[in-house]
Design a binder for this molecule. Structure first.
Ligand code: 9MR
Length: 391
């Protein structure tokens, strides 16, 4: 008798819970870290890793930020703190406080880590390009600094940072070929083979030596939308792979605008780059800095009213992107998708390229609430309910 009563009581307790699980969450406008909200990394576990750019000062344990990132992501990258300008500000000085905090955090939550970035024209210490005897550094001086930097930084985190953006943004925007940078000007075509890819070739070889097991990526922007840039990038990577340069993948940053590029154009770019598997079977594509600006590139306005129509367009674009990423992952072309930030309250797109602008390019809003786009990425069929939940 007692047992029957107990069983009945248990049934009465669990039945409503089961019913609720089937019905979905009580609302589609919930804090990102709420238990009823599905986890992005779990939703995509069979397809690719899902990550975000963070800053270590945002990581107070127990904060909304902290709870959100540990729930949703299994890859992290520092937005700024691992750039050479901060790590190696002057000759002989290496500062690892923030990178050490970042790696300790990643390990404490069992996430994979990306190192961003080793060789770039921006946020790089200017002393690297100056000679010991005044004037400009020689190619030997600059390569020695590059080697010291790569071996010191990658060596410190050997086996702990899994993926590195070894070279970032080497392709020119306006004209064809390589960006005109100090790297190209100083190192140039050292081996006389007719191209100035040499600085990248050295960077990748130094990186492979520093941590033979790390995944080495060449990263750039507008590859998903600018066919000329994509072609020049592809030619550079292809030429280097043919020479045996150890490149394991291409990073498509994907700072896109709402509706631009089309999903088809973006998908073709992934397929083109993934075809380089022909030369290196483990070659992969990663989406490394995804965000979706509400503004077209040439739009100068500072704000945009988030009408339900705009929410819908935004959610559908994000959902379509992730559906396409899934398809590409199934083809073995893509292993990681990282957003450039976590929530709209902290995005480089506030104030850029228009100063004073307020943007909203991510999946969680300024109060860490789920946006309809988040639900669209979980399941496109949820978008209408998620928009209705905002009213
Ligand atoms: O998000 C970063 C921003 O806080 C910095 O001011 C900026 C400086 O160049 O770099 C931003 O991150 C960039 C990344 O390192 C490389 N790709 C483009 C990103 C957005 O500008």
């Amino acid at each position: 008798m007692r047992i029957t009563v107990m069983l009945l009581a248990m049934l009465l307790f669990f039945l409503p819970l089961c019913a609720r699980a089937e019905e979905g969450p009580s609302s589609y406008h919930l804090p990102a870290y709420d238990d009823q909200v599905p986890s992005l990394r779990e939703a995509y576990a069979d397809f690719f890793k899902v990550g975000a750019a963070i800053n270590t000062f945002q990581l107070q344990e127990g904060s909304d930020f902290y709870k959100t990132v540990i729930k949703h992501y299994n890859v992290f990258v520092t937005e700024n703190e691992m750039k050479p300008q901060y790590i190696n500000p002057s000759k002989g000085t290496f500062s690892f406080d923030a990178p050490d905090r970042f790696v300790a955090f990643g390990e404490s939550v069992g996430a994979s880590l990306r190192g961003h970035t080793l060789v770039w024209h921006n946020q790089v210490p200017q002393w690297w390009f100056k000679g010991e005897n005044g004037g400009t550094a020689t190619s030997e001086e600059l390569l020695a600094r590059m080697e010291e930097y790569i071996s010191t930084v990658m060596g410190r985190y050997k086996g702990r940072i899994h993926t590195w953006d070894v070279v970032n943004e080497a392709i020119s925007d306006g004209s064809s070929g390589l960006r005109d940078s100090d790297w190209v000007r100083i190192i140039g075509d050292l081996d006389g083979d007719g191209n100035a890819y040499d600085f990248m070739e050295y960077a990748f070889r130094y990186a492979r030596e520093a941590d033979p097991d790390a995944q080495l990526i060449i990263n750039d922007y507008s590859l998903e939308s600018d066919s000329r840039k994509l072609n020049d990038f592809y030619t550079a990577v292809r030429t280097m792979l043919e020479k045996g340069v150890p490149i394991d993948g291409a990073g498509i940053q994907a700072h896109v605008s709402l509706g631009y590029p089309s999903i088809a154009t973006f998908e073709q770019a992934i397929e083109k780059l993934a075809s380089l598997k022909e030369l290196n079977p483990s070659f992969t594509v990663q989406i490394t800095e995804l965000d979706v600006s509400l503004f077209a590139w040439n739009d100068q306005s500072k704000t945009k009213e988030m009408t339900p129509e705009l929410q819908q367009k935004f959610a559908e674009y994000y959902a379509d992107l992730f559906t396409m990423f899934k398809r590409q992952a199934e083809k073995g072309n893509l292993d990681m998708v990282v957003t450039w930030g976590v929530f709209d309250g902290s995005s480089w797109l506030d104030g850029f390229p228009v100063s004073g602008r307020t943007n909203a390019p991510l999946l969680f809003d300024r109060s860490f609430m789920t946006k309809p786009a988040f639900w669209g990425v979980i399941d496109p069929a949820l978008i209408p309910e998620a928009i209705a939940a905002l009213e």
